[in-house]
Write a protein that binds this ligand. Structure first.
Ligand code: BES
Ligand code: ZN
Ligand code: ZN
Length: 499
C-alpha cells in the first residue's frame, strides 16, 4: 500500500453503524429508491423524509445539507448531497457529487469519512465505486499544498459503504482501480499546479524517471546533446531561447498483446510566447502549458500499477518557451525529425512545433495508434468553452474508440472537422510548412492539421485540452488550478485497448 493520503477502503452494509467523523449520503432529486437512504431514514426516525418534505433537501445536483450530531447513527456528522435525476446519472455526475461533499468536509481536519454508495439504475455498481472513490479523493485535495496553512485537509481514510448484496471480490478490483486512478489524477494536478521555478524540463524529466523506477517502467531521458544527435530540431529550436535546456522523456510499458498505443503530451513548462510575447494577462496561467505531458505521465503510471495487458509508449517533449537573444525568430526555419522543414511565423505557436518531433518519433517506432494531448490553442476554448476538449483525428474508427472511452469515463470531448482545405493555411513560401496560419478563424483545426503532417498516416487522435486542463475559478465539485482532466479518459482508453 502506498503512503498516499487519503486511502480508499470498502465496507459492506450498514452506513448507520460506521464510526466516522462524517457520513456522506447521496439523495436523488426524484425520490428515494435507494436502500442506504431508506435504511438511514429509519434509523434517524424519519428525519430524511421530513427534510425532503420541507424542501430543506431537494436532491438537486451538488446541493448539500449539513446535519451535525444526528441521533440514531454512529457518525458524528451527516452530510446530504444531491445526486440529481436518476435517469441522468453518469460517472461524471456521481464523481462530482462525491467531490462536492468532500470539498466541504475537508476544510477541517478529520480522520475518517464514510460515504454510503447510492444505487443507480443508470450506472453500474462498479462504476459507482469508481466515480465516488475518485471523486471523493479529488475533492479532498486542494491546490494550496504550498501554503503554510493549507485550506484543505485530506483525511487518512475514505470508506465507501456498499450494500451487502454486492459481489465483494469484484468490488475489490474496482476499488484498487479507484485508488490508482485517484493517485494519478492527483499527480497530474500537482504537476500542473507546481510553479515554473520548481517544474522545468530537467525537473519534470527527473520526476518522470523517479515515477518510472517506482512503478517499474522502462524509460529514457534525452538531454540536448542527445536531441541534437537524434535530429530533434523542432524541440531544440523552441527551447533555445531559454536558459533551461530541453528534455525528451520516453516511457515504455510492455503489458502484452500485439499492438502498441502511443500517448504523447505537450510539455511546455512555461509558455511566455517567446519573441511573440504574450501579455501579462495571457501569461498568468501559462505554467499549465505542460498539462498534456502531466496527463500522459499520470495515466501511464496508472496503467503500470494496474498491470493492464497492453503495450504503451509514452513520450513527452519538455521545453520552456522564452524570449531572449537566443530565441527562435520569426522567419527562422526548423527541421523536424522526419525531415520536414517548419517556418516559424509566430513563436507562440510552439506546442505544435515540439509535438512535430515527438509525433514523428512515435510514428517511427511503428506504434499502431496515437493519442496526443496538448493545451494547444486559445481558439479551441473560443469554440468549445472551458469544459470540453476538441478532438481531431485522421481515422474514424480510432476517433470513435477514443471518444467513446472519454465519454464512458465521465469526461467530455467534441470532434472537429479535418477537411483538406484547412491545410491551405499552413503552406509556406520558403519551407514545407509554417507553424502559424495567417488567419485566426478555425485556429483549433489548423493546429490539428499541422500535427497531422507528422504522424505518417498512423491512426491518430489529437485532443486540444487548453480549456479543460485548467480552472480559473473553483466550482462546487472542482478546485481552481490544474484539473487533471483526461487522466480518467486515458485510463479508460487503456482498458478499452485490451484486445
Ligand atoms: N499555450 C497556448 C495555448 C493556450 C491558450 C493554452 C490559453 C491555454 C490557455 C499556445 O501555445 C498558444 O499560444 N497558441 C496560440 C496559437 C496561435 C499563435 C496560432 C494561440 O492560441 O493564440
Ligand atoms: Zn504559445
Ligand atoms: Zn503553449
Amino acid at each position: 500500500m502506498s503512503d498516499f493520503r487519503p486511502q480508499l477502503s470498502l465496507a459492506f452494509d450498514s452506513p448507520a453503524d460506521e464510526t466516522a467523523d462524517w457520513l456522506v449520503l447521496g439523495g436523488w432529486e426524484d425520490g428515494p429508491t435507494n436502500p442506504a437512504w431508506e435504511a438511514l431514514d429509519e434509523r434517524l426516525a424519519g428525519l430524511l423524509t421530513k427534510l425532503t418534505a420541507a424542501e430543506d433537501f431537494t436532491g438537486k445536483s451538488n446541493s448539500t445539507l449539513t446535519i451535525p450530531a444526528p441521533r440514531g447513527i454512529k457518525a458524528k456528522r451527516l452530510l446530504l448531497v444531491g445526486l440529481g435525476k436518476q435517469a441522468k446519472a453518469s460517472r461524471r455526475s456521481l464523481h462530482d457529487a462525491a467531490a462536492t461533499a468532500i470539498r466541504i468536509i475537508t476544510t477541517r481536519k478529520f480522520d475518517r469519512i464514510v460515504l454510503a454508495l447510492p444505487k443507480s439504475t443508470a450506472v453500474s455498481p462498479d462504476e459507482v465505486v469508481l466515480a465516488f472513490g475518485v471523486g471523493a479523493v479529488q475533492g479532498s485535495i486542494g491546490p494550496d499544498v504550498r501554503r503554510s496553512e493549507p485550506s484543505r485537509h485530506p483525511p487518512r481514510e475514505i470508506v465507501l459503504v456498499a450494500p451487502s448484496s454486492g459481489k465483494r471480490a469484484a468490488f475489490k478490483t474496482v476499488l484498487h482501480r479507484a485508488q490508482v486512478e485517484a493517485e494519478a489524477l492527483t499527480l497530474a494536478r500537482h504537476l500542473v499546479n507546481a510553479p515554473p521555478c520548481d517544474l522545468y524540463p530537467e525537473t519534470f524529466a527527473a520526476q518522470t524517471a523517479e515515477i518510472a523506477r517506482k512503478v517499474g517502467l522502462e524509460y529514457e531521458i534525452w538531454d540536448d546533446r542527445r536531441l541534437a544527435a537524434e535530429n530533434m530540431g523542432a524541440i531544440l529550436g523552441i527551447a533555445q531561447g531559454s536558459t533551461r535546456p530541453a528534455r525528451f522523456a520516453v516511457l515504455r510499458y510492455q503489458g502484452g498483446g500485439s499492438r502498441t498505443v502511443a500517448y504523447v503530451g505537450k510539455g511546455v513548462t512555461f509558455d511566455s510566447g517567446g519573441l511573440s510575447l504574450k501579455t501579462n494577462e495571457q501569461m498568468l496561467d501559462m505554467k499549465c502549458d505542460m498539462a498534456g505531458a502531466a496527463t500522459v505521465l499520470a495515466a501511464t503510471q496508472a496503467v503500470a500499477q494496474l498491470k493492464l495487458p497492453i503495450n504503451l509508449l509514452t513520450v513527452m517533449p519538455l521545453v520552456e518557451n522564452m524570449p531572449s537573444g537566443y530565441s527562435v525568430k520569426l522567419g527562422d526555419v526548423l527541421k523536424a525529425r522526419n525531415g520536414k522543414t517548419i517556418e516559424i511565423l509566430n513563436t507562440d505557436a510552439e506546442g505544435r512545433v515540439i509535438l512535430a518531433d515527438a509525433l514523428a518519433y512515435v510514428a517511427e517506432q511503428k506504434v499502431n495508434h496515437i493519442v496526443d494531448l496538448a493545451t494547444l490553442t486559445g481558439a479551441c476554448m473560443i469554440a468549445l468553452g472551458t469544459e470540453i476538449a476538441g478532438l481531431m483525428s485522421n481515422d474514424t474508427v480510432w476517433s470513435t474508440v477514443v471518444s467513446d472511452a472519454i465519454e464512458r469515463s465521465g469526461e467530455r470531448a467534441w470532434q472537429l472537422p479535418m477537411d483538406e482545405d484547412f491545410e491551405e493555411a499552413l503552406k509556406s513560401k520558403v519551407a514545407d510548412c509554417k507553424n502559424a496560419p495567417g488567419a485566426r478563424y478555425g485556429g483549433a483545426i489548423t493546429g490539428g492539421k499541422f500535427l497531422e503532417q507528422f504522424v505518417n498516416g498512423i491512426p491518430w487522435v489529437h485532443l486540444d485540452i487548453a480549456g479543460p486542463a485548467w480552472a480559473d475559478k473553483e466550482s462546487a465539485a472542482k478546485d481552481s488550478g490544474g484539473t487533471g482532466a483526461y487522466v480518467r479518459g486515458l485510463i479508460e482508453l487503456a482498458h478499452a485497448y485490451v484486445a
